[in-house]
Design a protein around this ligand. Structure first.
Ligand SMILES: [Zn+2]
Length: 171
């Protein structure tokens, strides 16, 4: 990533993390993979991004070990589907924190421009990024729902670190 090579603060863990995760497109790719939207064309369409931009981010995230790819057959042609590794799945509280901060501090441009984090096991909305503020359970991709009101009518389950399983685009 661009920032990484420019950082002189290599002794700072926060700076190193920002070097990997500080790019907006990378974070949005991770969002799509939590949704199980791991096929290139589906990601490109959802993100409305140029092929070259998406390819670069997928390569960067693969090189950093956050995502992995598995082949699937697309009408006789082999293509690749991306999914999160354990390292990628560990970014869940970072993405949760971004949406919670945005909900708290940024004006919504439309009535449906809202997103919530829901703990699936108890069904409650969470106001902290890493554990359920109702029952205290640690939030993981396996037990967390995101409800993006502009995207889906109902809260959507996250796929987590799929590690080799092929998933089609669900949202
Ligand atoms: Zn809960």
């Amino acid at each position: 990533m661009v920032l990484r090579s420019d950082f002189s603060e290599r002794t700072c863990s926060m700076a190193r993390g920002i070097g990997v995760l500080g790019d907006p497109w990378c974070l949005l790719v991770l969002r799509e993979l939590f949704y199980g939207n791991g096929r290139f064309a589906h990601m490109r369409d959802k993100l409305a991004v140029a092929d070259s931009v998406l390819s670069k981010r997928l390569a960067d995230l693969s090189a950093e070990g956050l995502i992995t790819q598995t082949p699937y057959d697309d009408g006789g042609r082999q293509r690749w589907e991306y999914s999160l590794t354990d390292s990628g799945a560990d970014t869940l509280p970072i993405l949760n924190a971004m949406l919670l901060w945005s909900e708290k501090h940024l004006p919504a441009p439309a009535a449906n421009a809202h997103m919530t984090v829901i703990h699936d096991a108890c069904g409650n909305e969470c106001s902290l990024p890493d554990f359920c503020t109702h029952c205290g359970e640690v939030l993981t991709a396996e037990n967390t729902l995101w409800h993006n009101y502009a995207r889906t009518a109902e809260p959507a389950a996250l796929t987590g670190a799929v590690r080799g399983a092929a998933h089609g685009a669900k949202q």
